[in-house]
Design a binder for this molecule. Structure first.
Ligand code: FAD
Length: 390
């Protein structure tokens, strides 16, 4: 089949781009390796920048987010038995974030694609990218045992960290930067009221913990664990006992526990591949970069890529102006690296590093003391957390 834009991957990046392009009359075909149920079963991010929310509205899929998403004007950092609030609204001159689960957002995007009659093909196999340096790239894949082919002007790789798009770029044309952290996050989703209406990031000598939420009845909690731990090693009871140990006493005693409805361990990694373009292949989202989730940047960095790419493709098709496409990689990477810096900094500030020296720990303590004694330092944290401008 022939289309203008071939999109690989039906996560938030691919779905959002196909929806936005559709509304501008630009045709796309999106192929996804998994079933829709599988994609919608993944529990991932939950903190959205207002720039992302604006894109959802522009894509005509923001109604439920606006109804059910919760505006958060601040969050807590707990350390040494105390909690200190980061007042995002006051520190940024009125900005905040929206707490709305990635699962819900992805559901809204799928519904949006259905409403417009968008072309989304699930359960594809053997996806292969061809002739990426030519003006006529194409993608082949297998679907229900048939070999299919998409001929297009541009291929957009939105297929996440483990996808095929980045790997289709010859090794001598791409550079990868990576840092793997010596720990992971054990996450539990439970149908319980959240311990706090605002997120709590807790630094503790036993390791980091995060109290997050998806709604007034759905809580998402995390604790830092060694990479060697497995989910089976952690009963719900052990998980909540450990979480309570890492929280200040008033939060620990207020915590309502309940059976986990999802439990998983995610390793923490920083990764950037550059450039984010090879011929007529453009990478976006986790296909090109991932961050440790500490700064809530992962999904939001994907959204800024889509913002730049969407505008570049519209300029190409509507005005014959290719400057946006030519500058895409540089522009996207400039913001990606700022998100990387912030995520690395938050991770380093709040985690217990198994190989950290006494010196490192004293620096961590001093960094926190400085943060809460300097309105300017705190304003920098807040500015990055609510999202730098696109
Ligand atoms: C376990 C986990 C927890 C996370 N928690 C947070 C968090 O708390 N906060 C935060 O900000 N971010 C978090 N993230 C990151 C955030 O979820 C991602 O940044 C976001 O999903 C990126 O969207 P994407 O569409 O670029 O990639 P993805 O959501 O990964 O979507 C890529 C899609 O491509 C599909 N695909 C892969 N290979 C192929 C192929 N060969 N052909 C076709 N399709 C393919 C995949 O099935 C997938 O649906 C988390 C990520 C993970 C993995």
């Amino acid at each position: 089949m022939r289309t203008q834009v071939g999109i690989i991957g039906g996560g938030p990046s691919g779905l959002l781009l196909s929806q936005l392009l559709h509304l501008k009359g630009i045709a796309s075909v999106l192929i996804e390796r998994q079933s829709r149920e599988y994609v919608l079963g993944r529990i991932r991010a939950g903190v959205l920048e207002h720039g992302f929310a604006a894109l959802m509205r522009e894509a005509q899929v923001g109604d439920r987010m606006d109804r059910e998403g919760q505006i958060h004007d601040g969050f807590f950092i707990a350390h040494d038995g105390i909690k200190e609030r980061v007042d995002l609204k006051a520190l940024t001159g009125g900005n905040s974030v929206i707490v709305y689960g990635q699962t819900e957002l992805t559901r809204d995007l799928y519904e949006g694609r259905d409403r417009l009659g968008g072309s989304v093909v699930h359960n594809v196999k053997d996806v292969t990218l061809h002739d990426l340096q030519s003006a006529h790239p194409h993608v082949t894949y297998r679907h229900e045992e048939e070999l299919e082919r998409i001929d297009c002007d541009f291929v957009i790789g939105c297929d996440g960290f483990h996808g095929v798009s980045r790997k289709a770029i010859p090794k001598d044309r791409i550079r990868e930067y990576e840092r793997a952290y010596p720990f992971g996050w054990l996450g539990v989703l439970s149908r319980t009221p959240p311990v706090s209406p605002e997120l709590i990031y807790a630094k503790h000598e036993r390791g980091f913990a995060l109290c997050s939420l998806r709604s007034q009845t759905l809580s998402r909690y995390y604790i830092q664990v060694p990479l060697t731990d497995s989910v089976e090693q952690w009963s719900d009871e052990q998980f909540f006992d450990e979480l309570k140990r890492r929280l200040p006493p008033d939060f620990a005693s207020a915590l309502i526990t309940g059976p986990s409805i999802e439990k998983s361990i995610a390793p923490l990694r920083s990764f950037v591949a550059e450039p984010m373009r090879y011929g007529n292949l453009y990478l976006a989202g986790d296909a090109a970069h991932i961050v440790p989730p500490t700064g809530a940047r992962g999904l939001n960095s994907a959204a800024s890529d889509i913002y730049y790419l969407y505008h570049a493709l519209v300029d190409h098709y509507e005005k014959g102006d290719d400057r946006g496409l030519e500058n895409y990689s540089n522009k996207a990477l400039a913001r990606v690296w700022k998100g990387q810096r912030f995520s690395w900094w938050m991770t380093t500030l709040l985690h217990r590093f198994p190989d950290g020296s006494g010196f490192d720990q004293r620096l961590q303590d001093t960094e926190l003391t400085y943060l809460f004694s300097s309105p300017r330092a705190l304003a920098s944290l807040a500015e990055n957390y609510v999202g730098l401008p696109f």
